[in-house]
Ligand binder design. Structure first.
Ligand code: NAI
Length: 329
């Protein structure tokens, strides 16, 4: 079984080798993303392994299919970058539904604590022997209201973490979880009552730009918005306007609408062309991390184990239907 592995980073290789070699899977690690320009690299392989910023649109799917590729294994949970409809009847698609909800939820809390207590600024100040506290005041999380949009695996871990801080948790989900003990409300109420809003729903046509000028208008002045899900849940231009209007007090962004060509790359020696991202990064009340919420040792190990299991089960004629992604009309 031959696997073409796209968008490889050095931290991917040890875990995948650990599981793939004993399973008899031969992996070719490619640095480039999978997209229309690079799809020919998959020629002669049985399957492709992709990550969040690979672009598996209908054209790429068609080319993979004609080259004889049989499966796409996503080494992530979200699958908005794969045209699932185009794969129907041609390629089977598998993902890693859960590798560590704790990793992502803990990162969301780390961002919130950092932006609120300005630890990122304090760290730089004390390294320069500047011990002034000017501008470092935050607020107690205890007693504040957090609104969680999407209460699946990650959203619920985040809710538990917030409860540990003594926060009031409001939740919204299209499919509320039974017996979760969560206080579900409709979106307008969540927007109006939350001091902090954290996004944990997938990116779909319905959730695209769920944070926009209209929803921001409903929010409390000074609200903190956290996005560790997918960039396009937030209309970046509207967020920037909300921050400039002093309506949005802070934003913590692990994901960004146009992250595809930038995140995971070292662009420090380049002039970044994306003015919206540059504007966000220049704001004192915004923290951007480069889609790293998943990045813990435990998560990397689970990702490799599940992906290799997805491949071996599919190619041995016993596909794991719990990890398969199918098109729903
Ligand atoms: P999950 O599938 O367990 O939960 C998603 C929840 O969103 C479900 O409860 C679902 O009912 C809900 N939902 C679906 N449509 C909705 C809508 N229109 N409005 C509100 N809620 C809706 O997924 P999980 O594992 O909790 O992951 C959530 C998201 O986190 C993923 O879709 C992915 O985009 C993102 N993620 C980000 C990572 C990072 O490194 N930053 C890593 C892993 C996931």
């Amino acid at each position: 079984m031959k696997l073409a592995f796209f968008d490889t980073k050095s931290y991917d290789i040890p875990g995948f080798d650990r599981y793939a070699i004993p399973a008899g899977i031969e992996i070719k690690y490619y640095e480039p993303n999978l997209n229309r320009d690079t799809v020919s690299l998959a020629n002669g392989f049985d399957a492709v392994c992709v990550f969040v910023n690979d672009t598996v649109d209908a054209e790429v799917v068609e080319k993979l299919y004609t080259m004889g590729v049989k499966a796409i294994v996503l080494r992530c949970a979200g699958f908005n970058n794969v045209d699932i409809k185009a794969c129907e009847g041609k390629l089977r698609v598998f993902r890693v539904p859960a590798y560590s909800p704790h990793a992502v939820a803990e990162h969301a809390m780390a961002l919130l604590l950092t932006i609120n207590r300005r630890t990122h600024k304090a760290y730089i100040r004390t390294r320069d022997f500047n011990f002034s506290l000017q501008g470092l005041a935050g607020f107690d999380l205890y007693g504040k209201t957090v609104g969680i949009i999407g209460t699946g695996k990650i959203g619920r871990v985040f809710a538990d973490i917030c409860k540990g801080f003594g926060m009031n948790v409001l939740a919204y989900d299209k499919f509320p979880a039974a017996n979760s003990g969560l206080n579900y409300v409709e979106l307008p109420e969540l927007f109006a009552k939350s001091d902090i809003i954290s996004l944990h729903c997938p990116l779909t046509d319905e959730t695209r730009h769920i944070i926009n000028a209209d929803s921001i208008a409903m929010m409390k002045k000074g609200v903190t918005i956290i996005n560790t899900s997918r960039g396009a849940l937030v209309n970046t231009e509207d967020l920037i306007t909300g921050i400039k209007d002093r309506k949005v007090g802070a934003a913590c962004l692990d994901v960004y609408e146009e992250e595809g060509d930038l995140f995971y790359e070292d662009c420090s020696g380049h002039i970044v062309e994306d003015d919206k991202l540059v504007r966000l990064i220049a704001m004192p009340n915004v923290i951007v991390t480069s889609h790293q919420a998943f990045l813990t040792n435990e998560a990397l190990d689970n990702i490799a184990a599940t992906t290799v299991n997805n491949l071996t089960r599919f190619f041995s004629g016993d596909p794991d239907t719990t990890t398969e992604v199918c098109y729903h009309k």
